[in-house]
Design a protein around this ligand. Structure first.
Ligand SMILES: NC(=O)c1ccc[n+]([C@@H]2O[C@H](COP(=O)([O-])OP(=O)(O)OC[C@H]3O[C@@H](n4cnc5c(N)ncnc54)[C@H](O)[C@@H]3O)[C@@H](O)[C@H]2O)c1
Length: 380
């Protein structure tokens, strides 16, 4: 596992070994079992986040090979082939049939995630699928069931869980002083008008809610369509969601599609007994654990050449964990069922808005999907 350095090179490499970028030969890492990866849907997030993270892992001696990628556009496919020395295949089915792959990153459009993931798992290939896991609870349950039946790893992308501020915050919740939290508060701003407020954006916050607080018993949402800011019809542009957790704790997430995106857009707060913490914009972690003592805070040193976006964004840690899960060496940081449960908070929020009432979890996937779709059609 990557050392918890808040995103810069490991101290020993930097100071003792004079290896400031952490790229010197790493005997232990290089000795791991080689893993062969493929990508289905090599578009924006693949090119900007996942492939750079794989390349940085290779740079620090991780034995991983990007063997093949699939996307339908030939010009872009050929470019990826020449840039990364992998094979491009227009048809993902042919790619997973012809190539010998240990794992596939499923990074295509949301409504194809289930088809692509199941096709891989049925061939015994491990899957890391982007968020949201898919666009229906029936499908996400099916994906998790196929993974269990075939005994194949299924993980959902939750890069934020591996991003240094959230990773360290989680340690304070697990090991103290912010133990056994009583309350969670998260906010998410979305200035883009072309993605659905809950499903495409706030889903990150729904996953973080469960990451810090565990399972949710009830969901209660209120919302308004004040400025009709979504490019296509969508029933709300601002909403607040309240949670009651299985642990007895309470929490809230508030989310806005009418704010701006290029200003602070995300905050998480976790409150415990005489201690609380906040993570501002996936950047600064502040721990308040004493009435009189100072607050403790951590920030990355941005102009420092030793900060790697691939690591700070969390993609590198997540993919490293995926490789270790394939090798049978680590447990997944985020499972398929975690993706299903995060999506369930999205559906439950819609249902609570539709019914103007509190919703109990777990949801019945068939009934919840149908009611949610009907509300989105009627109100959107
Ligand atoms: N974790 C994050 O922070 C984050 C950020 C952005 C996007 N995402 C998610 O990543 C996924 C992809 O988003 P994007 O912005 O990269 O979209 P994109 O449209 O840029 O890329 C998707 C790619 O999939 C390809 N594709 C479509 N159908 C295909 C098929 N049948 N076979 C092979 N390739 C196919 C398209 O040609 C396209 O290149 C979405 O699920 C999105 O929600 C996550």
């Amino acid at each position: 596992m990557l050392e918890d350095t808040y995103g810069h090179s490991p101290i020993k490499k930097m100071f003792e070994l004079a290896d400031v970028y952490g790229v010197g030969y790493d005997e232990e890492r290089a000795a791991k079992k080689p893993i062969r990866l493929g990508i289905i849907g090599a578009g924006g997030v693949a090119l900007s986040k996942h492939i750079p993270a794989i390349m940085r892992l290779k740079t620090i001696w991780e034995p991983v090979e990007l063997v093949a990628v699939s996307r339908r556009d030939e010009r872009a496919g050929k470019k990826i082939e020449s840039m990364y020395g992998c094979r491009w295949c227009a048809d993902y089915g042919q790619m997973i049939e012809k190539e010998t792959l240990d794992g596939v990153l499923v990074l295509g459009p949301d409504d194809l995630h289930a088809e692509h993931s199941i096709a891989c798992m049925e061939r015994g290939i491990a899957v890391l699928v982007e968020k949201p896991i898919t666009r229906s609870l029936v499908q996400s349950r099916k994906m998790c069931e196929v993974a269990e039946e075939r005994n194949v790893p299924l993980m959902t992308v939750s890069n934020k869980r591996c991003s240094p501020p959230y990773r360290r915050a989680k340690q304070f919740v697990e090991n103290g002083p912010v133990s056994n939290p009583a309350m969670f508060c998260g906010k998410f701003n979305l200035g883009y008008d072309y993605v659905d407020l809950f499903e495409a954006g706030t889903i990150h916050l729904f996953d973080l809610t469960r990451f810090f607080m565990g399972d949710v018993n009830t969901v209660n949402a209120i919302g308004v369509n004040k400025y009709h800011r979504n490019r296509w019809p969508y029933p709300i542009d601002n909403a607040m969601v309240q949670f009651e957790f299985t642990s007895g704790a309470v929490g809230t997430v508030y989310t806005s599609a009418t704010a701006v995106s290029l200003k602070p857009w995300e905050r998480v707060e976790v409150y415990a007994n005489k201690a609380w913490l906040s993570v501002e914009d996936q950047y600064e972690l502040v721990l308040y654990d004493s009435e009189q003592g100072p607050a403790k805070s951590w920030k990355p040193v941005i102009p420092n050449t030793l900060i790697f976006d691939e690591e700070f964004g969390g993609f590198m840690g997540l993919i490293e964990n995926f490789l270790q899960v394939i090798r049978g060496e680590e447990k997944p940081i985020v499972t398929g069922w975690d993706g299903h449960r995060a999506y369930e908070l999205n559906v439950a929020s819609h249902l609570s808005l539709a019914r103007k009432a509190r919703v109990e979890l777990p949801l019945d996937p068939e009934a919840a999907d149908a009611e949610c779709r009907q509300w989105l059609r009627a109100e959107g």
